[in-house]
Design a protein around this ligand. Sequence first.
Ligand code: 5RP
Length: 233
Amino acid sequence: MNAKQAAAEKAVSYIHDGMTIGLGSGTTASFAIDAIGRRVREGLSINGVASSLRSEALASKAGIRLVPFSEVKSIDLYIDGADEVDKDFNLLKGGGGALLREKILAYNSKMFIVIIDSAKLVDTLGKFKLAVEVTPFAMELTIQNLENLGCLPNIRIENGKHYITDNGNLVIDCAFNMIKDVQKLSASIHAIPGVVENGLFANSMVGKIIVGYEDGQVREIEGRGNNFSSFRD
Ligand code: 5RP
């Protein structure tokens, strides 16, 4: 079992019958979807809400019953990966381009468990480019405003074309190199008209971080966002 899978399997062990589970996106979250599928085939009864069309397809293939966002009343647990986690447990996400739906799930979940391998732990966010989802309309002005915040912006390209999110928008990958004040930068990005969402997730959303290691061991770190013991009871 590799590091990502070890973290994913541990997170899935917290799922119980009757829960509504937010399903993340990316390679680590895919291990979680596989593990949930396995438990569903063994009799676990849950609903899933997918953070991307790709995860939706994986989840249906794994036999997980899915509910659309429009029908979700509350989400018990959201399990997803991250591109970077800083020492204060803020996250940088969006490497897979699913940041908008991911942030909606993180914000609306009673518990958010972040699953990562140890390479994702950093002192300060920003080495990994920050994904910013923007409307295609007026993107030139939006990009200029992002550049004014001190980043080097690049429109994300996939297969030679602009990458289009599941919501019909573009992603601008912003190289900040070092993000000193996560909350302040996130607020400044949000203030730009044309920005839909950015990949900075404040530590107040994070309930638990599970770090996986190559030998299959995991370390669980309590986050700042949720009270994990009350969730478990
Ligand atoms: C997708 C994400 C992913 O969680 C993030 O990119 C980590 O991916 P991986 O688990 O493949 O390293 O934010 O938008």
